[in-house]
Design a protein around this ligand. Structure first.
Ligand code: PLP
Length: 408
């Protein structure tokens, strides 16, 4: 399939804003949805709607089959050992909170223990850990990034102590777009007896991911950033770790038996999925994963590589523009471009670009500590998906130039 056939499957790419063709460059916030995903969503809502796991009637059995076969497909997609290692959540944020809560309530942390968090993390991989740290008397340490945005991996061994129980790091930062060296981080952490949690929200839409090759203990991502329905997410964890966890929430479906005297809990993963789940949304992960695989084809990824090279050259040629996330090896950069422009505020740029039909993101990008690290109040981010074209990249640079001229 060529890029035009792919684009025809994303109807929103044909939309106009302010009378201009939409150029959607806010994919890191949420991706657009292909028709296959919307069709599956409709099919679940219009034909197979029924609560899961409970009833014996055919419609309930069908809905449950859709849900559980999606769990198996997700396990295969990320290389988990078995479907039971896949917990459905509402998104990466809930996955982080579920993990933090289960580690806390499972007695994993003792006062004085440490959590090491990478300096370029999204707030959802910072705040839940700060909340646990506050309640349990833990110390938060920061794994810094250098001026290029690369993790200072040489400092990792010295930052780990005998008290460092967990390291939390993104596969790819939502601001910098750099593919972090997760296997190396995993090796160093495990040699120290430290567990590794990887936030895959930005990695999974672009990178074929195998959690066992990455070497992480836990991995989280959101469906809506990889073409699936919003309100879907995953937490992966190794079986032996999940089995030691207490439940996350109490309610229906997460129990084995309930009496006034004693309640016992269902085995993993249902122990973590209390109440009615996202019946229509979860099955959309299947066509979404198919789309991810399709978009990894050589032809499409070659197009994305050309866009990356074009934009890296463009930003490098502009002394008035600072690009954040500039790895020594450009092959480790995903097409997420966060910039500041001398003399032009990021929000003004985003507003002008919007009037030209271009959707970008401006502000702190839910990564305030990283903004502080680079001494800026915010950035302008253009994040590309594999369905974006070189024509759109060129149009973006032309419009950015016009916006800068208007503001200077
Ligand atoms: C790296 C990263 N982690 C976590 C999140 C939170 O994802 P969600 O809002 O889908 O829970 C995001 C969203 O932008 C992200 O980019």
């Amino acid at each position: 399939m060529d890029i035009h056939q792919i684009r025809s499957q994303f109807p929103q790419l044909g939309e106009k804003v302010y009378g201009r063709q939409l150029v959607y460059l806010d994919n890191a916030a949420t991706s657009l949805r292909p028709v296959q995903v919307v069709e599956k969503w409709d099919e679940m809502s219009l034909r197979h709607n029924s609560n899961l796991h409970r009833a014996v009637h055919k419609t309930a059995v069908d809905a449950t089959e859709e849900y559980e076969s999606t769990r198996a497909a997700v396990a295969a997609f990320i290389g988990a050992a078995e479907p039971a290692e896949i917990i459905f959540t509402s998104g990466t944020t809930q996955s982080c909170n579920l993990l933090a809560s289960c580690l806390e309530n499972g007695g994993f942390f003792r006062e004085g223990d440490e959590i090491l968090i990478c300096g370029s993390e999204h707030h959802s991989n910072i705040v839940p850990w700060q909340m646990v740290a506050g309640r349990k008397g833990l110390k938060i340490k920061v794994l810094p990034v250098d001026d290029r945005g690369e993790i200072r991996i040489s400092e990792l061994p010295a930052l780990l102590s005998g008290r460092t129980r967990l390291c939390a790091v993104a596969q790819v930062s939502n601001v910098l777009g750099i593919i972090n060296p997760i296997p190396e981080i995993a090796r160093i952490c495990h040699a120290n007896g430290t567990l590794l949690f990887v936030d895959g929200a930005q990695g999974i839409p672009h990178l074929a991911t195998d959690v066992r090759q990455l070497g992480c203990d836990f991995y989280a991502f959101s469906g809506h950033k990889m073409y699936a329905a919003p309100g879907t997410g995953i937490l992966y964890g190794r079986r032996e770790l999940l089995e030691a966890f207490p439940p996350y929430m109490g309610g229906g479906e997460m129990i084995e038996s309930v009496s006034w005297e004693k309640t016992t809990y269902a085995p993993i993963p249902r122990r973590f999925e209390a109440g009615t789940q996202n019946i229509s949304g979860v099955p959309t992960l299947r066509p979404a994963m198919e789309m991810c695989k399709l978009l990894e084809s050589r032809e499409i990824s070659a197009g994305s590589d050309k866009i990356r090279t074009f934009l890296l050259d463009f930003f490098a040629s502009r002394p008035d523009i600072t690009l954040y996330g500039n790895p020594a090896d450009p092959a480790r950069k995903l097409p997420i471009f966060s910039i500041t422009v001398e003399g032009a505020h990021h929000e003004d740029l985003a507003l002008i670009l919007d009037k030209m039909g271009i959707a970008t993101r401006s502000g702190q990008m839910c990564a305030e500590p990283l903004m502080d690290r680079f001494g800026v109040t915010g950035m302008l981010r253009a994040s590309f998906a594999p369905y974006n074209t070189m024509e759109e990249a060129v149009y973006f640079t032309e419009c950015l130039q016009k916006a800068i001229d208007m503001l200077k």
